[in-house]
Design a binder for this molecule. Structure first.
Ligand SMILES: Nc1ncnc2c1ncn2[C@@H]1O[C@H](COP(=O)(O)OP(=O)(O)OP(=O)(O)O)[C@@H](O)[C@H]1O
Length: 336
C-alpha cells in the first residue's frame, strides 16, 4: 500500500505538506532569565520525502521537534501537522504521527514483547507484534527485559513502537544515537522504506553522512535558527571550494606575492587558503605561476564544497587545519 498524505489548506486546496512550521519561537522560563532556544524557525516537511534537521549540540533541534510532536506549545508561531494543531488536536494528530523521542521511559522489568504488546493495545491499526520484532531485528531478544537491553537494542525497541501504527508522519529525534554501524544502516533502510510508502519523515541528527544518505531536504539549524535549507545540492551550491598550500617563501623567509587566484585569499600561520567558486581555474593559475617561478607548493590540497564544509562554516568553524592559528591577512581577488 502506498499512500500520500494530502491535507487541506484554509483555502480548501490540498497540499502534500505533512508538517508546516511558520515563525516558531520557543523560550524556556520567563522574564529576564528566559532562554530563547528557538528563534523564528520556518520548516516544511513533505509526504513521501525525508527531511533532516541537522544541527550542532544545543542548536534547538529537540526544542523544535517537541513542538511539532505536540509535547510543548510554541512561545510564538504556528505549527501544523497534517493540517492540524498538534497541541489542540492532539488525539487526532497522535493517531497519525509516530514519534521517536531522544529518551523513552519503558518500564525496565517488562520484556521486549510485553512492551510491544502493550503499545499494540494503544493503536488503532497496529502491525502484528512479530512483524515489528522482525522489522527492528529484535526477534531473538523478544523475551529479554528492557533493563537488560543494550542502548542500541533499546533504541530499536523505541523505533518499533514509533512505526507500529504505520503512521503517515514520522518524527525521529536522533534515531541512530548509540547504534553501531550495522544497526545504523538498518535504521536508514527503515527510513527509506517509510519514504517508499509515501510517509513524511523528519529526523534530527548531528551525522553528516546520515543526511547525505537519507535526506531529500535538509534544514541546517544553528543557535535557534534555520541557517540554510533546501536539497543537498541547493545547500552546497554557492558555497566556495578551497585550495590550500604552505605559503611559498623566498630565500629570506618572506612570503612570495601570489598571482590573482579568483577568490578570497587568507594566510594563517604557515598556510594560505583560497576560497573560490572556480576551483579548476584557481588551481590552474596557481600551478602555472608556481611553474614559471620554480616554486614548490607544499601541502597542496583542493577541496570542493560539501555539506561538511557548509555545516562547519555555519557552526562557526572552518575545515582549515591551520584554523587555530591567528589569521594574518585576507584579500578578495576577483577584483584584481
Ligand atoms: N527545559 C529547558 N530549560 C532551559 N533551557 C533548555 C531546556 N531544554 C533545552 N534548553 C536549552 O535550549 C537549547 C536548545 O536545546 P535542544 O535540546 O533543543 O538542542 P538540540 O539541538 O536538540 O541539542 P542536542 O543535539 O544536544 O540534543 C540548549 O541550549 C539547551 O540547553
Amino acid at each position: 500500500m502506498t499512500t500520500t498524505a494530502a491535507t487541506s489548506t484554509s483555502s480548501g486546496a490540498t497540499t502534500d505538506l505533512a508538517i508546516e512550521v511558520w515563525g516558531l519561537h520557543r523560550r524556556y522560563g520567563r522574564g529576564a532569565s528566559a532562554y530563547h532556544a528557538v528563534r523564528g524557525v520556518d520548516l516544511d516537511v513533505r509526504a513521501g520525502a525525508v527531511t533532516a534537521l541537522l544541527g550542532t549540540n544545543g542548536a534547538g533541534k529537540t526544542s523544535t521537534l517537541e513542538v511539532i510532536e505536540g509535547l510543548a506549545s510554541p512561545s510564538e508561531g504556528t505549527v501544523r501537522v497534517l493540517g492540524l494543531d498538534p497541541v489542540a488536536d492532539r488525539d487526532a494528530v497522535r493517531a497519525r504521527m509516530g514519534v521517536l523521542l531522544q529518551r523513552s521511559g519503558f518500564p525496565g522489568d517488562l520484556t521486549v514483547r510485553e512492551v510491544l504488546t502493550m503499545w499494540h493495545g494503544t493503536l488503532r491499526a497496529p502491525m502484528p507484534v512479530d512483524d515489528v520484532l522482525d522489522l527492528v531485528s529484535l526477534g531473538e531478544r523478544a523475551d529479554v527485559r528492557v533493563v537488560s537491553l543494550s542502548g542500541g537494542e533499546q533504541r530499536r525497541l523505541d523505533l518499533g513502537c514509533t512505526v507500529m501504527g504505520d503512521p503517515e508522519v514520522v518524527v525521529l529525534d536522533e534515531p541512530t544515537t548509540g547504534l553501531d554501524v550495522e544497526r545504523r544502516r538498518d535504521v536508514w533502510d527503515l527510513v527509506l522504506r517509510l519514504r517508499e510508502r509515501g510517509r513524511a519523515v523528519l529526523f534530527s541528527t548531528h551525522h553528516l553522512e546520515e543526511v547525505e544518505e537519507l535526506a531529500d531536504h535538509v534544514a541546517v539549524m544553528h543557535a535557534g535558527q534555520i541557517a540554510r535549507r533546501g536539497t543537498l545540492a541547493e545547500i552546497v551550491e554557492g558555497h566556495p571550494s578551497t585550495v590550500r598550500f604552505a605559503t611559498p617563501l623566498d630565500a629570506t623567509g618572506t612570503a612570495l606575492d601570489l598571482p590573482p587566484l579568483l577568490g578570497e585569499v587568507s594566510s594563517r600561520g604557515p598556510h594560505t587558503t583560497v576560497r573560490t567558486h572556480d576551483v579548476q581555474a584557481a588551481l590552474h593559475r596557481l600551478l602555472v605561476w608556481a611553474d614559471e617561478h620554480a616554486v614548490r607548493l607544499d601541502d597542496l590540497r583542493a577541496e570542493t564544497a560539501s555539506l561538511e564544509s557548509v555545516f562547519l562554516e555555519i557552526a562557526g568553524r572552518t575545515t582549515d587545519p591551520t584554523s587555530t592559528d591567528t589569521p594574518t591577512e585576507t584579500t578578495t581577488e576577483e577584483s584584481r
